[in-house]
Design a protein around this ligand. Sequence first.
Ligand code: NOJ
Length: 570
Amino acid sequence: MTQNVTAAPAATDSASARQWWRDAVIYQVYPRSFADGDGDGMGDLPGITARLPHLRDLGVDAVWLSPFYASPQADAGYDVADYRAVDPMFGTLSDAETLIREAHALGLRVIFDIVPNHCSDRHEWFRQALREGPGSAVRDRFHFRPGKGAAGELPPNDWESVFGGPAWSRVPDGAWYLHLFAPEQPDFNWDHPAVHEEFRSVLRFWLGLGVDGFRIDVAHGLVKASGLPDIGHAEQVKLLGKQAVPYFDQDGVHAIYRDWRRILEEYGAERIAVAEAWTPTVERSARYLRPDELHQAFNFEYLTTGWDAAALRAVIDRSLTAMNAVDAPATWVLSNHDVVRHRTRLADGDAARGLRRARAATLLMLALPGSAYLYQGEELGLPEVTKLPAEVRQDPAFFRSTGQDGTRDGCRVPMPWSGRRRPFGFGPVAGGPSWLPQPDSWEHLTVAAQTGDPASTLEFYRRALAVRRTHPALGAGRDIAWLPSPEGVLAFRRTAPGGAFVCTVNLTAAPLAVPTPGTPLLASAETEPGAETEPGAETEPGAEVESGVEVEPGAGRTVLPADSTVWWAA
Ligand code: NOJ
């Protein structure tokens, strides 16, 4: 193993250019399902490295990898047994170094997942804690407690696991330990100094290998209210619960992130961290982004907002206000490995409507000031796979049926790359395995099938990211100016020294005429025969205008198709 730090791409002397994360488009790779280099049916690091050119061609700035560390895979790798080792099913440490180096060579930054709330029950500390029995000092690094009831047969408090069932499990010697997720994921006790020291060391380990940042799993969960008090009310562990609970979003977490910020800065100002913090409001999320804490937090309130103009406008406004108050970039996200893919979530049961809305939602998201997260496969318009047989499912929440999730395998089905037979280039051999089966219909959704087809979702994403990268009013920023618009339509302007930009979104089920705000740059609607841009309308050099934008000649009005977004140079 070498300890060489590989230079991150695009570093410059200018302070604003160094803050690359303020407008970055960050692409989430789910390692199990991105690309399988060795043909065992499971994605791996060499597979990802070989496919990095796809991400360069797509035009993203950075790639975030979900965990690939040594793990028994009780929660698909979010149960880490060794934070400094790559699980053999994903490759080796040297494969991780190669991935970082190759990504940097392609101009892509690399963000790894860190899982500090809990580890695996196969982690050496937890095994030692079990071996040594009651009274072992190592048990203090977790939350071990005696049970309630005459014989200690009841859990120590009333907390429930996010995956369903009690948040406590009992070990053979009678003690109970806390796990907010699966029983195989014991929670660390962040009141213990050894836990702090260990994670400082883990951060430095990966920073030393050249990683550009971390996505912090369950960032809001590390500190529990002292005494682990009962909740006493019905609302238990909902990730986006509106009620305060004693295990999430406790004030004590912020000292940890101030400490981590100092560590990141030991490696320069370009290393970042993004919080996965399911807080009740964007205002609470902003607290993680105060200037001496983290750089970004996922905007789950945005993700969970439906296809509704007023609700979206409200969450956009509140997000910008909250983030501006701490001088942090807003972030936007529509899909990830824990939620139903937005193509299906927004469909209301109609697949064609789902694709229309998904493309329109993506174009809205990419027009907003700040940074955006994409989840692998959304650039192909992949739907959720809703009909997986029970015997292939692996999501632990599926087996703990009262959990709030339980359906997360459907967004984790391996990527289709090419060819006419499953696994569609996911693995090296046609007809070879994939850990979850892809639908046959994905033959038409592969990267190869969509490349070069101007009507495809892939080419649409490539164009959108290219325009976002080059238009002066897109990307980083703090504000948007809402324009008057009919009910069900969102319209806003962004201005920059080099040019102005307008985004219009028709969220209604019918075409709607709006005043033409400028020259169309890009539209989300699929090609509709007969639709054309205004005769004589000038198009930005190099920008390709998709059909579907119908301008009423002479009337100064444009018909926005149902469920569509249009970008304009204004
Ligand atoms: C959030 C991760 O995104 C999810 O996949 C995981 O199950 C939980 N945290 C527990 O680590």
